[in-house]
Design a protein around this ligand. Sequence first.
Ligand code: NDP
Ligand code: A1CAB
Length: 279
Amino acid sequence: MDATIAFIGAGNMARSLIGGLINSSYDRQRLLATDPNEDARQQLTSTLGISALADNHEAAGKADVVVLAVKPQQLQAVCRELADTVQQHKPLIVSIAAGIRSDDIDRWLGGSMAIVRAMPNTPALVGSGASGLYANAAVTPEQKELAENILRAVGITVWVNKETLLDAVTAVSGSGPAYFFLFMEALSEAGERLGLEAEDARLLTLQTALGAARMAMESEEPFATLRQKVTSPGGTTEAALKVFGREGCSEIIDQAAQAAYQRAGELAEQLGRDTKETN
Ligand SMILES: NC(=O)C1=CN([C@@H]2O[C@H](COP(=O)(O)OP(=O)(O)OC[C@H]3O[C@@H](n4cnc5c(N)ncnc54)[C@H](OP(=O)(O)O)[C@@H]3O)[C@@H](O)[C@H]2O)C=CC1
Ligand SMILES: O=C(O)[C@@H]1CCC=N1
């Protein structure tokens, strides 16, 4: 039987996970979500057909797995609010918040909690998610399997054995969909400027992104070899790639990933401290 999962916070990422779980035939009756906003709750019930509650305690109290899916800035307050409830029945805690360390979450929840930190991404909605996972010392092998099964229902999973590596996962795959959307946006607009109809430019861009990803996935060749196979000497791709090279495209991507990685560390540093208000 599926575990009962309570999502605390039903924003973009939680809805992607919930939608992906439902698409993978997860029992909807075992999915709960909370959100302070009444419209958001109504939408969850009408579009996803799951129970949406205003009360975090009520949802967490019924759950085998509590997924903390609020923004990092809201996490401390939410954990402190839930501490009494989770200390009573000790559900598995899964935090998807960027940056915030498991030790801080554990302290805010009152201590000795089994915590898996997961870094999913929004393509979970269509079953093509990519998640990094890290378990603290209190997580049992059964709980590890449970967390993995939940995230694997919506895509691929990778365990990391050092917590800071989740910041690298965040920089690559957590934030990564936005980088690819940006690239698709720019390529599609470039196609329009070259005279294509908007809809044609969008379709050609989308299918090219999908085709490149599928081809790379099904191939054993490195990305660089696949790239070289498109690039005829003296041809059109070479002309385009020269511009990428001249403008430092690889360096820009490296700097962007570094910035995401550093930001995760800053969030951990800034928001991991206990605040007076919530003490
Ligand atoms: N978006 C993404 O691609 C990814 C996000 N994440 C992580 O997921 C988490 C959520 O991100 P995202 O979904 O983008 O953010 P959202 O702002 O879309 O979602 C957060 C939700 O939590 C609600 N909320 C606020 N306070 C509470 C509370 N006290 N109790 C219950 N719910 C509350 C918010 O409501 P309201 O808007 O009314 O305040 C909102 O609906 C973050 O920690 C982020 O780091 C991880 C991987 C990828
Ligand atoms: O932008 C963010 O902070 C979150 C974490 C990864 C993707 N979205």
